[in-house]
Design a protein around this ligand. Sequence first.
Ligand SMILES: C[S@@+](CC[C@H](N)C(=O)[O-])C[C@H]1O[C@@H](n2cnc3c(N)ncnc32)[C@H](O)[C@@H]1O
Length: 439
Amino acid sequence: MFGFGFKKTTAAEAYQKGDFALARKLALKTLRKNPQDINSLLIVGNTFYIEGDYARANEYYQKILGQDSKNFEALVNSGEAFLRQKKYAAAKDVSLALKDSPEGIFLKAKIDFEEGRFQEAQDGFLYALKQQPNNFWAWNLLSQTAQKNGDFDLALEGAWQAVCQSGGEDSQHLNMAYTLYEIATEIGKEKVLPYVKKWHKKYAENSIVKQSWNAFFPSENFAKSDINYVQNVFDNFADSFDEVLSSLNYQVPQIIAREIKKYGSEMLPKNPHILDAGCGTGLCAKYLDSALKKYKLYGVDISAQMLAKARQRGKYKELKKEDIESYLAKEKNKFDLIIAADVFTYFGTLEKVFSTCANSLSDEGMMIFSITKNEDDTEAWKQHLSGRFVHGKKYVQKALKQGGFQRAIFTSCVLRKEGEKEVSGWIISTFKTKKKFRK
Ligand SMILES: C[S@@+](CC[C@H](N)C(=O)[O-])C[C@H]1O[C@@H](n2cnc3c(N)ncnc32)[C@H](O)[C@@H]1O
């Protein structure tokens, strides 16, 4: 027999390859034999950190610091973990232990930022960048801080440097897009256009850049958000989505539930099949029980991270990761009700998606969805500087009719806040049949 020299993978190798489950398993195995092993403690801590379980990550970092209070990696990572847990006093102690190292200065500036000391934070980020000019997160945070301080030139330059220093990472493109939109809204489009142009010149193929470019230089050909853009935005947003939307007083799921209650008993069968189109983290599912006794709920969304949150709610019979239109094209006459909360704002033209929705509804089916108002032109849709789309009432009415809906009831309402402003829109209940009552 030949002997094959199989080499066992180590925890460090698995970690390097990004196989964090295996890395943790192997590191824990080592820790059972040698509970003090520093490398294994660090690997286990880091795998919890990557999962977003900062409390457990810190348990492992503290075990290292209990043996060696100056262990640099454990200090840096525990400081970040405390920051994520909003334990600012503990994070400050870590920044003191890191003394004047670039990591210590960077951590201190981040704590200042989180606690609202924006001038100190700005000075800290600038100082940290002198030592680490390639640190793109320091550029990103410098930009956010400068914006808070009203220094828009520095905010724009910081966001641009973050994009360049990161080599065009999507997280930094997203930050650039938000920065351009917010500053344009605050002080006017002209100021940001030079940055929009140089950004587009260098990264024209990126879906986030394309979406933003079209918001600043609208084109009728750009009639639906690029699916990669949507996926990217919401994969990045999933962790904080529910918290952020609640802080914006997002009302759409609640209002949709009220509309279902209003029309459900007349228009829906006893155990309706409902599709939550663009279900996101499943906020609509949270309110359905208040409207209906029994239902079978399906969900479709393009963002895997949003779907993972929706799955945790345990309310959906099936969840699919797909573009709404391609999913619905395969599901003819399947649903009694389609709901779409804050989803058609990612579509410019609506005729095609409405007709796909109508085709996948039963003959007496209904759809309830929100639309953000186009305040300038009731006959048209347009892309807003935020990258999202807004629609005029007459345009929506025409598109519904063309799509195969016979009756539509528009309820004007505030959808949520954006900054201090209210975003107004409609919740629209629309029906395939003109008949008012089910037999
Ligand atoms: C603003 S969130 C709203 C989520 C949820 N409906 C709610 O009210 O909380 C919009 C969601 O629509 C999804 N979405 C947008 N366009 C889509 C498309 N063409 N296909 C699938 N999902 C889409 C996004 O991924 C995102 O999760």
